[in-house]
Design a protein around this ligand. Structure first.
Ligand SMILES: Cc1cc2nc3c(=O)[nH]c(=O)nc-3n(C[C@H](O)[C@H](O)[C@H](O)COP(=O)(O)O)c2cc1C
Length: 427
C-alpha cells in the first residue's frame, strides 16, 4: 500500500498509540484515590458532599439566613484583578512563602481557623487538623465548642503553634478557666470572637432537624445507611461532646451551648480579656475600620476581618471589601487577618496585597477532613501552598513579602455601585 509521505503506516500508528497507553493501576487506597482527583478546594467540597450524611455536610457548608453573607464573601474574590509585575526569572527559584506572625516564622500565611464540633466531620476531628497544621508549619486554632479538649490537642501537638478561640461564656469564671488552661498548656495566641451574641439562623440545620447528639429518625437512618464509612467510624468513636467544658442538664448540646454562651458579653470587655491573657490577643469578627481601631485601643494585637463564613449576621458586607480600610486604620500597630471565602492560593495573595498578614480558613480543611481525615486536611493545606507558590511565580515575585498594593485591584461590589447610582440621582 502506498502512503502519502510523512503519514505513518497503520502498524506504526498502533505502535505509537500503544506507547501512549498508561496501565499504571490507580492507588488501591480509596482515600488516596479520592484525594488525587481533588485538585482544588471546590473538588474537596464536592467529594465531601457524597462522603458524609447530608445534615453533617450542610452543617459545615451552610450559612445563616439567605446565605448571602457566605456567597458575598466568596464572590468578592472574583472581583479581584491580579496585575503581574515585570517578567522575572521566577520559574525555578525557590519561592519564600513564609511570614512572621507575632514574632514567629510560619511556613505559609495561612492559619487553620476555629471550627466547633470538628469530630462530626471526621472522628479524628481536631487532632487530625492540628497535626496536619503542625506538619505544615502553620498555626491551628482550637475552638471553644471543640470536641477534643484543650489538653488533648496540646499533648498531641506539643511543639505546634497552637491558638485558642474563646467565646466569653456567660459564667465568666468558666471563661477565665478556659484561658488559664490554654495558657498552661502552651497555646500562644488567644482569639476572641465578637460576632456571636447569639447563634446565626442556620435554616438548613433547622430543616434537617439537626441536633447534637443526633436524633436518628427514619430519614437519618437512610442517610447513615448510605454512608457506611462515616457511620461505622462515628458509632465506634467516643460520643461527640464539648470536650473542654461539660454542659449539665441539657439534652441537646447545641441548645445547651446557646444557653450558656455569652449573650451579655460586650465589645468593651475585650479590655477585661486583655487583663487576663499575657500572649497575643486577636479579635475575630470585625467588619468596620472604626471597630478595628477600638479593638486595638482595648488591647488587641490583631483583628480578623471576618463575617464568620456567613454563619452569623445575614447580608453583611464582604470581608474582602473592608480589608483595606481596616489595614489602613490599624496596620503598623496591629496584625490584620482575613477570613471567609478563601478557596485559592491566589485568594491568599490578594488578601496580603490588600494589607493582610495572613488568612484563616474554616470549611476548606473541613471538606478535606470529610474526604480523608488528617490526610484530607493536609491535602487542603497543600492545595493552598501549591496554588500560592504558582501564583507568586506568575506575578513575578519570589516571596510573600514582595506582594504589594500594585499587584491587585478590587472592583466594587455590584450592590455598592447601585447605592452610588441612587445617591447620584438624588443630588
Ligand atoms: C462548621 C463551622 C464551625 C465553626 N465554629 C466556629 C467557632 O466555634 N468559633 C469561631 O470563632 N468561628 C467558628 N467558625 C467560623 C470560622 O472560624 C471562620 O470564620 C469561617 O469558617 C471562615 O470562612 P470559610 O469557611 O469560608 O473559610 C466555624 C465555621 C464552620 C464552617
Amino acid at each position: 500500500m502506498n502512503h502519502p509521505p510523512n503519514r505513518p503506516s497503520l502498524v506504526e500508528s498502533i505502535r505509537r498509540a500503544w506507547e501512549m497507553v498508561d496501565l499504571t493501576p490507580p492507588p488501591r487506597d480509596p482515600v488516596e484515590r479520592a484525594l488525587r482527583r481533588c485538585l482544588t478546594i471546590d473538588d474537596l467540597r464536592e467529594t465531601a458532599r457524597v462522603r458524609v450524611p447530608r445534615p453533617v455536610f450542610e452543617f459545615v457548608d451552610g450559612a445563616a439566613g439567605t446565605e448571602a453573607s457566605r456567597d458575598r464573601a466568596l464572590a468578592a474574590f472574583d472581583r479581584i484583578h491580579h496585575h503581574p509585575g515585570p517578567l522575572a526569572a521566577t520559574a525555578r527559584v525557590p519561592i519564600d512563602l513564609s511570614t512572621e506572625i507575632f514574632g514567629r516564622r510560619v511556613a505559609l500565611p495561612l492559619i487553620m481557623g476555629p471550627t466547633g464540633f470538628t469530630r462530626m466531620s471526621h472522628t479524628d476531628g481536631e487532632l487530625a487538623v492540628a497535626r496536619a497544621a503542625a506538619h505544615a508549619g502553620i498555626p491551628y486554632t482550637l475552638s471553644t465548642p471543640a470536641t477534643t479538649s484543650i489538653e488533648d490537642v496540646a499533648a498531641a501537638t506539643p511543639d505546634a503553634d497552637r491558638w485558642f478561640q474563646l467565646y466569653v461564656l456567660r459564667d465568666r469564671a468558666r471563661a477565665v478557666d478556659l484561658m488559664a488552661r490554654a495558657a498552661a498548656t502552651g497555646y500562644r495566641t488567644l482569639v476572641v470572637t465578637v460576632d456571636t451574641p447569639t447563634t446565626g439562623d442556620r435554616r438548613r440545620d433547622t430543616r434537617n432537624g439537626f441536633t447534637i447528639p443526633a436524633r436518628i429518625r427514619p430519614r437519618e437512618l437512610l442517610q447513615i445507611a448510605r454512608h457506611p464509612g462515616w457511620a461505622t467510624r462515628f458509632l465506634r468513636a467516643e460520643p461527640l461532646g464539648l470536650a473542654s467544658f461539660p454542659i449539665d442538664g441539657h439534652g441537646d448540646m447545641w441548645q445547651g451551648l446557646k444557653a450558656i454562651s455569652g449573650a451579655d458579653f460586650t465589645f468593651d470587655e475585650i479590655a477585661w480579656v486583655r487583663e487576663r491573657w499575657d500572649g497575643p490577643l486577636v479579635v475575630k469578627g470585625i467588619l468596620d475600620a472604626d471597630l478595628a481601631r477600638r479593638a486595638v485601643e482595648l488591647g488587641a494585637d490583631g483583628v480578623v476581618v471576618s463575617n464568620h463564613g456567613g454563619r452569623q449576621l445575614d447580608r453583611t458586607v464582604a470581608p474582602l471589601d473592608v480589608l483595606e480600610p481596616v489595614a489602613q486604620a490599624i496596620g503598623g500597630q496591629a496584625a490584620v487577618f482575613l477570613d471567609s471565602g478563601v478557596r485559592e492560593g491566589s485568594d491568599i495573595a490578594a488578601a496580603i496585597a490588600l494589607g493582610a498578614t495572613a488568612v484563616l480558613v474554616g470549611r476548606p480543611y473541613l471538606y478535606g477532613l470529610m474526604v480523608g481525615g488528617e490526610r484530607g486536611a493536609a491535602h487542603a493545606i497543600e492545595i493552598f501552598r501549591r496554588g500560592l507558590d504558582h501564583h507568586l511565580r506568575l506575578l513575578g515575585v519570589t516571596s510573600v513579602g514582595q506582594l504589594n498594593r500594585r499587584h491587585v485591584t478590587l472592583a466594587p461590589a455590584p450592590h455598592l455601585n447601585a447605592d452610588r447610582r441612587e445617591r447620584k440621582v438624588s443630588l
